[in-house]
Write a protein that binds this ligand. Structure first.
Ligand code: ATP
Length: 201
């Protein structure tokens, strides 16, 4: 059993990773869906109230609220699948919650690409007006880093740099899903990048 969580700044490629998983028959639990469901529960339009409800849930149920509400969905998928992908961790409290629930079976994947490349890809994506707006991207990025996303990124087990073609990225995600982190030869892992503590310091 493996639960693969993804983290990444806007436009890094998390949605593409989730779509590779779906194509490979790996169920995807999208943390944002938990918030959208709660918006509907409260009679609110998710497109307009997503941010406010995410904040309300954290205030009412604790900083790991969205992870806690995702857990039963992940567990339900694990009844029929060996691997589940969890799309879009944002805060270290969420990461703590998943690590507590799944221990070593939880693998955190950070998808990374430089700002200019992400801005260009989002501009091509054009899902909404903010996609083409570099200032809006910068603001969104700062908001997400404000939730502690930088710390989550730093704690990743596997880093996939998404700076090559989309096909190359999709291949690397497929390899990760099929054979686990070891399949990604040459990809930085936390263990490899950690600095050795100085002896006799
Ligand atoms: N390697 C790549 N080459 C070209 N285009 C790419 C590549 N990776 C992703 N894209 C495209 O860039 C856009 C952003 O990727 P994606 O939607 O997966 O990002 P995301 O991390 O889910 O962003 P957000 O958090 O804003 O939803 C998409 O249109 C996607 O198809």
């Amino acid at each position: 059993m493996k639960v693969i969580g993804t983290v990444g700044l806007p436009g890094s490629g998390k949605g593409e990773a989730a779509s590779v998983a779906r194509d490979a028959g790996v169920p995807v639990v999208t943390m944002g869906d938990v918030i959208r469901a709660e918006c509907r529960e409260r009679g609110l339009d998710p497109a307009e109230h997503h941010g406010r409800i995410a904040k309300a849930l954290r205030e009412e149920e604790g900083l790991d609220a969205i992870a806690a509400r995702s857990l039963p969905l992940i567990e339900a998928e694990l009844e029929t699948s060996d691997v589940v992908l969890v799309d879009g961790l944002r805060s270290p409290y969420e990461l703590d919650r998943f690590e507590e629930a799944f221990g070593d079976e939880f693998v955190l994947l950070s998808v990374e690409a430089p700002f200019d490349l992400r801005a260009e890809r989002l501009s091509d994506r054009g899902r909404d007006d903010s996609d083409a707006d570099r200032e809006a991207l910068r603001a969104r990025e700062e908001r997400e880093l404000g939730f502690g996303m930088g710390e989550v990124i730093d704690r990743a087990d596997v880093v996939v740099e998404n700076t090559d073609t989309l096909e190359r990225f999709r291949e690397r995600i497929r390899a990760l899903l099929e054979s686990g982190p070891d399949a990604l030869g040459g990809v930085e892992t936390e263990a490899e990048t950690e600095t050795e503590p100085e002896r006799n310091a």
